[in-house]
Design a binder for this molecule. Structure first.
Ligand SMILES: [Zn+2]
Ligand SMILES: [Zn+2]
Length: 234
């Protein structure tokens, strides 16, 4: 028996809200909406299907990104194509959108709440650090690239400044008091070492060095990073 056209089945499963258009049917293991196709063929991702319906073919090796970061959103104007390859600067452009606040927000992969940029192969770096370094050169050891806008996904160099680890903690405390996310920030501060360790690891710092700073074994740094321990800390 022939199944009904995929487009018809697609629309039945979409809930158009004022913001995102929400996928109501099944999701894959990564959290993206999906729809079964013909027998013997795997499911298609709902947001990719939405792109096909609205804009046509998806060029080879390119991804469809949700700029709203909602994995089950299929609203066409929340979708964009990301060219693969290109220079680091191009990648930063490809994976960002400008928000009304002036933040240039990363819409690609993330690590611990920060944008995570792939520099080829298995090499991942924090996007805002990369953005800073493109503009100002390498960050000196022991210094952090901090956000004046308090938006960890922002890569706008105008919103970034250098500080020490202590500056970062002070910054979090003061913003935690002035923002609605007080509890969230306090909770992070209670377990701040764990957050720091994950952050520093994501920033590409050597795990031996991190371990030495906290008086723990390098293997324990791995466990923290992999969330085998302290999994409850965000
Ligand atoms: Zn959306
Ligand atoms: Zn910003």
């Amino acid at each position: 028996m022939l199944r009904r056209p995929i487009e018809e089945r697609f629309w039945e499963k979409v809930d158009k809200t004022e913001g995102c258009w929400i996928w109501k049917a099944s999701r894959n293991s990564s959290g993206y909406g999906q729809l079964s196709t013909e027998r013997g063929k795997g499911p298609v991702l709902a947001h990719r299907l939405s792109w096909l319906i609205h804009f046509g073919e998806i060029p080879k090796n390119r991804k469809v990104l949700q700029t709203c970061r909602n994995l089950i959103c299929v609203r066409p104007d929340h979708l964009r194509l990301s060219p693969s390859g290109g220079s680091v600067k191009e990648k930063l452009n490809d994976y960002t959108v400008v928000r009304p606040s002036g933040c240039i927000e990363w819409v690609g992969a993330t690590a611990h709440g920060y944008g995570n940029i792939n520099l080829g192969g298995n090499k991942w770096r924090l996007a805002h650090r990369v953005a800073w370094e493109l503009e100002h050169g390498p960050v000196q050891d022991g210094l952090w690239v901090l956000h004046s806008c308090d938006n960890p996904l922002c890569v706008n160099v105008e919103h970034l400044f250098l500080g020490t680890h202590d500056d970062n903690m002070e910054d979090m405390v003061s913003k935690g008091r002035s923002r609605k996310g007080v509890e969230h920030h306090n909770a992070r501060l209670c377990d701040q070492d764990v957050c720091d360790i994950r952050y520093r690891h994501a920033a590409g710092e050597n795990r031996q060095k991190i371990a030495a700073d906290y008086g723990i074994a390098p293997g324990y740094v791995n466990k923290i990073v992999r969330r085998e321990v302290w999994a409850h800390v965000e």
